[in-house]
Design a binder for this molecule. Structure first.
Ligand code: CDP
Length: 204
């Protein structure tokens, strides 16, 4: 049986953690679609044209070590503006979404463009300041030297690019359940997401 859970939202809103926990709870497979754009962005930083990198993308590229680096995140959001790059990545994401046994995909356009027919759609958000604080702590924990102000500027710049682009801009699907995690801890956010999916499961 296929069942797709689409989880979208801006940088560092908690999508990744929520998606992993939801996938584990329901025994579904999980795809962090941001890794596709990060892997293409990573190759672009090496001088490979973005479209060539998207065409040649392989599963093992998603395991590259430095995909979480801030420079790669910025490069990802730059290649993500290109319609032909996005188009290259559609089939892989759709096939993953419809695999039997259920799938959770997190990203920016899963509920709106990749899987508008997803059985459950969530939009996870939080204030830019809270998101920057979380990302700063995450990067510091991973040994990346940066400052809160720098991370906040990065988050705002990426938000503007992701929301302002013509192709597949970041926005909630009309029927998405909104979860604002600004004042929620991770356990509460996960519980809220699981409740929303259970509700969708009962009505399909
Ligand atoms: O983890 P974080 O939320 O910071 O970023 P990510 O989900 O890994 O995504 C990195 C960048 O890829 C985003 O800023 C988007 O520009 C792009 N992206 C996208 O356009 N569409 C997706 N489905 C996923 C990511």
């Amino acid at each position: 049986m296929a069942f797709t859970i689409a989880i979208d939202g801006p940088a560092a809103a908690g999508k990744g953690t929520i998606s992993k926990a939801v996938a584990q709870h329901f025994g579904f497979a999980h795809l962090d679609t941001g890794l596709l754009y990060r892997a293409v962005g990573r190759r672009m930083l090496d001088g490979v044209p973005a479209l060539d990198a998207a065409r040649a993308l392989m599963a093992q590229d998603l395991d590259a070590e430095d995909l979480r680096a801030p420079a790669v995140a910025q490069a990802a959001s730059k290649v993500a503006v290109m319609p032909e790059v996005r188009a290259e990545l559609v089939d892989f994401q759709r096939a993953f979404a419809r695999r039997s046994g259920g799938a959770v995909l997190d990203g920016r356009d899963i509920g709106t463009v990749i899987c508008p027919e997803a059985e459950a759609k969530l939009f996870v958000t939080a204030s830019a300041e809270v998101r920057a604080q979380r990302r700063f702590a995450e990067l510091a924990g991973a040994g990346v030297i940066t400052s809160y102000d720098r991370v906040l500027a990065d988050v705002r710049e990426r938000d503007a690019r992701d929301m302002g682009r013509a192709e597949a801009p970041l926005r909630p699907a009309r029927d998405a359940v909104l979860i604002d995690t600004s004042e929620m801890d991770i356990d509460a956010a996960v519980a809220r997401a699981i409740d929303a999916v259970n509700l969708a499961r009962r009505s399909t």
